[in-house]
Every structure is written in C-alpha cells, then in structure tokens.
Design a protein around this ligand. Structure first.
Ligand code: ADP
Length: 197
C-alpha cells in the first residue's frame, strides 16, 4: 500500500485532483469529510459533544453548530483538547475501517488541507502538492464558491506559502492550465504512483 498525502492551498484544485485520482482507482480518504461524518445526528460522537459542551452547540434542527463550537474551543485549549479527544479517535477508527478495504497494492490518497502547516509530511510515502498562483486561486474560489475576494486572500495569508508547500512536496502538480491539461497531468502522476505501489 502506498500512502499519498495530497495538499494545496484553498482553490488550488486539490479536490479536482482527488476526484481524478479516484477515477483512476485510488482510495481517497478525506479527513475533513470523515470528521463531519463522525458527529452527524444520531452518532455517539455528537452525543458525547453535547454531554461535554451542552445543547448550545446544536442548531435548531439538531446538527452540530460548528461556528458556535469553534467560538468555544478556539479561545480555550483545554476545551479544544476535550473536543479532539472525542473526534480524533473516531476519525482514526473510521479511517482504519476504510483502509481495511484497500488491497496490498492500493494507492491510498489522504486529502489533507493543512499537511504542510501541521508538518505531517512524515506520515506519507509520497507528498503531492497542487500548485497555482494566488490570482488563479482567488478567481476560482470567488467564481465557483461565491466567497468574497478579501476572505479568500485572508485565508491564503493564513496558510503556508507556495514556496513552503513546494519545498515539502515529492511531486508538484501545476494546475494553472485547463481542466483537460489537469487530466493529463494527473494521469502521469497516477502512473508514477502505481509504479511505486
Ligand atoms: P481545493 O479543493 O484545492 O480548494 P477545488 O478542487 O475545489 O480546490 O478547485 C477550486 C475550484 O476551481 C473548483 O470549483 C474547481 O472546479 C475549479 N478548478 C479546479 N481546477 C481547475 C482548472 N484547471 N481550471 C479551471 N477551474 C478549475
């Protein structure tokens, strides 16, 4: 099994690359998505969060109110640790369940937005970075997600720089071209990953 860490700044095209790799046959593990799944209504994860933080962290329809929870934990490291103690083991267990389905020669791609920021490169056999210029990132996120430009730029400033990310990469995918050009680049990268797996 080859463990691949996939990362890139907001709007770089990480999800676009992950989708293409999945089409080639990679098993994609999306930590953000798993972290949302383990606290959905009806899960023991959400039950424990409510036991710890109270019903004030629920929305009217009984879902986790993430902005509210964020306000509570990000100013209080002890409470953040409590939240992590609930969420992290569940993410770990779910990840293990997904991995158990992978064959010995599988390429497992972990979609990790903050891989470089959290210095997680050592966890993977190969680190793949999706790279585009800031103007491209801003234009795509504003166009496709309707996020205001100043928010996108603030997010970019809070993340690692392009140079930091590329320095941590084994493979850099330049996504400044068209989606069709990205298809071709991902197909090449897939060949490299298959060989290594
Ligand atoms: P990330 O997951 O890194 O935040 P996405 O994969 O969601 O980025 O890409 C951001 C937006 O840009 C998406 O709407 C996606 O469809 C679009 N996009 C990705 N690659 C390209 C490309 N080569 N050309 C044009 N648009 C692209």
């Amino acid at each position: 099994m080859l463990r691949v860490g996939l990362t890139g700044g907001i709007g770089s095209g990480k999800s676009a690359v992950a989708r293409r790799l999945a089409d080639h046959g990679a098993l994609i593990i999306d930590a953000d998505r798993i972290a949302r799944e383990v606290v959905e209504p009806g899960t023991s994860g959400l039950e424990e969060i409510v036991a710890e933080f109270g019903t004030e962290v629920l929305t009217d329809d009984g879902r986790l109110d993430r902005p509210r929870l964020g306000e509570i934990v990000f100013s209080d490291s002890a409470r953040l640790a409590k939240l992590n103690a609930i969420v992290h083991p569940r993410v770990g267990k779910r990840t293990e369940e997904l991995m158990a389905r992978a064959s010995a020669d599988a390429v497992v791609v972990y979609d990790v937005p903050l891989l470089v920021e959290n210095d997680l490169g050592g966890l993977y056999d190969v680190v793949v970075v999706v790279d585009v210029g800031e103007e491209e990132q801003v234009a795509r996120v504003v166009r496709d997600r309707g996020m205001p430009e100043d928010q996108v730029r603030a997010r970019i400033r809070a993340q690692a720089t392009r140079a930091q990310r590329c320095a941590a990469a084994d493979i850099v995918i330049d996504n400044s071209g068209t989606p069709e050009e990205l298809d071709a680049k991902v197909a090449e990268v897939w060949e490299q990953l298959r060989k290594r797996a």
